[in-house]
Structure formats: C-alpha cells, structure tokens
Design a protein around this ligand. Structure first.
Ligand code: ATP
Ligand code: MG
Length: 398
C-alpha cells in the first residue's frame, strides 16, 4: 500500500510514543481493491488527550474529541485520527449511549459496519483482517461484521450504507445481510432526513444504483412511500440511462410522479433549495416539447440554467423508451442562442417599462405587456426592435 509521507510520519510519531496506530476503513478497502484512496483515516490506542501530547507540535482541530477523533494538520495535510473504541449500548437505532475507549484494535474493528470496512493496515505489520474483508473484496460481497440484524438494530443507517456501498462498488449483498436489510427496514423511520438524504444521494450517483434499487425497492419505499407506483419500472429504466449528475438522477427517478410529489419528496429529505428547485423544474418540464424552432421560447420559459440539463434528461427518457431524440442539434441550438445574446429575457428586450410608460401604459399592465412582447420575440413572431415593439403595444392598447 502506498502511504503518503505525512501519514507515515503520524504513524511513526504514535508508535515512537508507545501507541499502536493503523490505517483503517475506506482507505484500506480501496487499497485492497487497487483503487486510489481519497483520504486516509488512522485508528490508534492513544486516548484523545494522549494524542494531543503526541501531536503537540502540530496544529490540531478537536473535531469529534468526545468520540475520540482528533484532526491533525500534518503540514497542511488534514488527517483524522480516532482512538480505538467500542460503542456502548445503542439508544435510538442510531446513536450509542456512550463511546468507550479501548486499547485493543480488535474491539475497534468489530464495531465497524461491513467486513470490507473493518480492515486495518500497518506499514510494518501489513494487513489486519479479522473478518475476511479481503476475501469479500475479492468475491465482491458486502457483508456485515457480526450478526446483521443486530448491527442494523444498533444503527439503522447502516441499511442505507449497505445499499450505497453495494451500488458504488457493484458488490452483491450477502444473503443474511440482505434478509436482515428487509427485516429491519422499518427502523429507518428513526433516522434523520438529512442522513437519509446523504446516503440516497450517494446511492443514486453510484454506477450500480439500478440493480440495487431493483432488488431493494421495498427499502426505498419504506423511506419514500410515494415512490411505490406502477411506474417504478419507468423510473428505474430512465435512471439507468441518466448521466452521473444528482439533479438528473433524482429527476429521472421522480419524473413519473409529477412535480407536486417530487417537491414533497425533496422537502421531506431536506435537500438544499437549489437541488430541490432544479429537480422539481426538470420533473415539471420533462415532457415539454423541445425543437430547434421553439428553443428561444423554451429558453424564456425554463431559463438558461435549466435548458441543457432538460435536454439531457429528455435524451435519457427517450433512450429508456427506445425512441429517437435529436439531442445534438437541440444542444447546439440552445448553446448558439445563449452565446449569441438572443432575446429570451426581459433584460434583452428592446423596450423597457419606461418606454411603455411613455406611451401611456400604467401599473401592472406594463409587466403584462413586457411579457407579451418578450413572448412574441422569443417565438419569432416579432423582431426585437424598439419601434416595431412599441407599434405592437400601441395596437394592443388601442
Ligand atoms: P467513503 O469512501 O465513502 O468515505 P468510508 O469507508 O471511508 O467510505 P465513512 O463513512 O467515511 O466510509 O466511514 C469510515 C469508516 O468508519 C468506515 O469504513 C467504517 O469502518 C466506519 N463506519 C462509518 N459509519 C459507520 C456506521 N454507521 N457503523 C459502523 N461503522 C461505521
Ligand atoms: Mg471516508
């Protein structure tokens, strides 16, 4: 395993002070699978206060000190180091009552969720793999550490973590782990919306999302009951063809439900306003007819931020239905209109509110007239010229 220098240094410092220290979790799993790790987490026998002494010369951030986690900045390189711990009794299907520090690596590894996430590595000792995580990596199997039902009862979020990891790594979920997922799915009602959203977002963005959602649809329906419709298969087949972008993936999944239901789901999950609004708009316009001829009008209706994602979504939906869609030309047309400063917003219209006021239009009629004129221009029925537009306005008010 290739270990960055600052990480090596942190391990050495802990070892020199008489503490054990290992790489653990995702980075070990990734290394075993020959995937470059995106970060390196350490676990150590040192307690948080002992760690603070060892790293006294470095800047540290007390991120989660009461859970045993200290972030050490090794020359700008942030490293999360956590004391070996045991989780106390679990309270609400999510949080351990207390965190118990321990001097034994084995205890720490056995509280971890899946065998592939429960491996540790030391540069001299090599791999510590007490639960056959390496073999499960090789066979592409996701399996709980210990009795699956108990592990999901302790922390029901692990149910969604299981789906996310299986989808991301394209692993099969081991039989007993899978049946415990179904048995314990109702416990997800105890998990906060925010945590659920994080896991679902990760799941939707995974390469293997669709087969997992197919197999574990009932789990998703437990969290989001309104997804259980006769159009579920349509959702999945659209999802299978959508590029890896969160708004598109959510829109593919939710498009058969309509905008109102999509909004309720996004609100329930407490996702950001931006994600919610983009997804809802994509759902709302998923069947809006797009042509090169009406593109300027569509830009006026949906806005330039949404037009390319909308074309992309409609492309995916068409692919799912095996129908043809003129994606390339529509994209080209939309880009050309956006780049050329074509008129599809009021700010580009050749007349302004004060121009209309000058010919005697007053109050709310000004806004209505501006909008009408913009629509005329964007649909190609009028030229974007001040005199022509004022004439049109005058004929209307006369
Ligand atoms: P990723 O690449 O997604 O970051 P990761 O394995 O690092 O994957 P994290 O959520 O960052 O996942 O968690 C780090 C490690 O902590 C996991 O590998 C696992 O050993 C442990 N862990 C995290 N959450 C839980 C949990 N809810 N229950 C048990 N162990 C957990
Ligand atoms: Mg991680």
């Amino acid at each position: 395993m290739v270990i960055p220098e600052p990480v090596m240094q942190a391990i050495s410092l802990l070892n020199q002070s008489g503490y054990e220290a290992y790489l653990v979790g995702g980075c070990v799993r990734d290394a075993v699978m020959h995937i470059p790790p995106h970060d390196y987490d350490l676990t150590t026998s040192a307690t948080p206060s002992e760690m603070q002494k060892v790293f006294a010369a470095f800047r540290t951030i007390e991120t989660g000190l009461k859970h045993g986690t200290l972030t050490v900045l090794m020359d700008e390189y942030p490293l999360e180091i956590t004391t070996f711990r045991l989780d106390g009794e679990y309270l609400d299907n999510r949080h351990p009552k207390e965190v118990i520090f321990t001097r034994k690596l084995e205890n720490d590894l056995s509280r971890r969720d899946f065998t592939i996430n429960a491996m540790a590595y030391h540069p001299d000792e090599g791999l510590v793999d007490l639960f056959s995580g390496q073999e499960d990596c090789k066979n592409k199997i996701l399996r709980c550490v210990g009795p699956a039902a108990t592990r999901f009862e302790e922390d029901a979020l692990r149910i969604l973590r299981a789906l996310r990891f299986a989808a991301r790594l394209q692993f099969a979920i081991e039989k007993r782990t899978a049946s415990a997922i179904f048995d314990k799915k109702e416990l997800l009602h105890h998990i906060s919306a925010e945590r659920i959203a994080v896991e679902l977002n990760g799941l939707l963005l995974a390469d293997g999302a669709v087969p997992i959602l197919e197999q574990f649809a009932d789990v998703l329906f437990t969290v989001l009951p309104s997804l259980r419709t006769e159009r579920w298969a349509v959702s999945l087949s659209a999802l299978a063809r959508t590029p890896k972008e969160l708004p598109l993936r959510w829109a593919a999944l939710l498009h058969p439900l309509g905008e109102e239901n999509a909004r309720q789901i996004m609100q329930k999950l407490k996702v950001s306003n931006q994600l919610r609004d983009t997804v809802c708009a994509l759902v709302q316009y998923h069947a809006l007819k797009l042509t090169e001829e009406n593109m300027q009008l569509r830009l006026m209706q949906v806005g330039d931020a949404l037009i390319l994602p909308l074309i992309q979504l409609q492309d995916s939906l068409a692919a799912a239905k095996n129908t043809s869609f003129d994606t390339g030309n529509l994209q080209k047309k939309a880009k050309q209109l956006m780049d050329s400063g074509a008129c599809y917003t009021l700010s580009r219209l050749a007349v302004s509110g004060s121009d209309l006021a000058a010919i005697g239009i007053r109050g709310p009629a000004i806004g209505q007239m501006l909008h009408h004129l913009l629509e005329q221009v964007a649909s190609g029925k009028a030229e974007n010229k001040k005199e022509t537009l004022l004439e049109t306005a005058q004929t209307i008010i006369r």
